[in-house]
Design a protein around this ligand. Structure first.
Ligand code: ADP
Ligand code: MG
Length: 249
């Protein structure tokens, strides 16, 4: 469904992602692991249209989407979260999701100026959708709380809700469980499994190995921008290259 072909991204002389061929398992949990600076976030940034690749392609449903800007990629059903969540701290959980959703599905300028009937209908839909996804991520009771007053783990759930509000087919999650404790990590893992059960394809970047080995069905390992291994958790666990990369050999 989504694959990259010889995907490369260079920043000046630095090759952050190099010739990466990868395809996502449809409706499954896929993961990308690798040491810091390996190019994981850059890979996401290129696939989600934030950066143009230096060379290579991103193919989605048979079409080359490598030159599309991020909003167009999002419209195709590819959502993402960021390594650090950007939320409006002084707004409610509900408003964060509504505004985020609106920014991604902007109606045209004339609609906004004249506040047309269509716009009002769209806003109603946005609000309904926000409640639906907040319920899905387990935040029904927190919709009216200010983001600044909720826990780190709840903020992660808001970020998930934002991604889900666009009805994505694929969700890219950049270190979704960074900075939260093991119990909270287990809860978020369950949420990711629930998303996959709904048929959403997930691709996550993660450092917590135990969790990845339990959760993911397909893993790609990046090191210095290059794919050094790919396979099931069991295959990755026994891969010499991977062991070397992690031990710094
Ligand atoms: P990871 O997410 O695996 O830790 P990144 O993709 O963030 O790694 O970074 C890979 C390499 O690319 C790093 O050396 C980083 O400094 C560099 N890099 C990432 N983004 C940029 C950018 N916008 N401009 C220049 N260099 C960047
Ligand atoms: Mg990163």
């Amino acid at each position: 469904m989504l694959e990259t072909r010889k995907l490369t991204k260079q920043f000046g002389g630095l090759v952050a992602v190099k010739d990466v061929d990868f395809s996502l398992e449809h409706g499954k949990i896929n993961a990308i692991i690798g040491p810091n600076g390996a190019g994981k976030s850059t890979f996401f940034n290129v696939v989600s249209g934030l950066y143009r690749p230096t060379s290579g392609q991103v193919i989605y449903k048979g079409k080359d989407i490598s030159k599309l800007p991020a909003n167009k990629v999002a419209e195709l059903g590819i959502a993402r979260t960021f390594q650090t969540t950007h939320l409006f701290e002084m707004a409610t959980v509900f408003d964060n999701v509504v505004v985020g959703h609106r920014l991604r599905t902007q109606s045209n300028l004339l609609d906004s100026i004249f506040r047309t009937k269509r716009l009002k209908q769209e806003e109603e839909k946005c609000k309904e959708k926000a409640l639906e996804v907040l319920k899905f991520v387990g935040l029904s009771k927190s919709v009216d709380r200010m983001v600044t007053n909720i826990s780190q783990e709840e903020k992660k759930r808001v970020a998930f809700a934002l991604a889900l509000a666009t009805d994505p087919e694929i969700v890219f999650l950049d270190e979704p469980t960074a900075g939260i404790n093991p119990d909270e990590t287990a809860e978020l893992s369950q949420l990711m499994e629930k998303m996959a059960q709904q048929g959403i394809t997930i691709c996550l970047i993660e450092h917590k190995m135990q969790m990845i080995m339990k959760l993911a069905e397909k893993i790609m390992v990046l090191n210095y921008g290059e794919k050094i291994a790919e396979g099931t958790p069991d295959e990755i666990n026994h891969n010499e290259e991977v062991i070397k990369a992690y031990l710094g050999g």
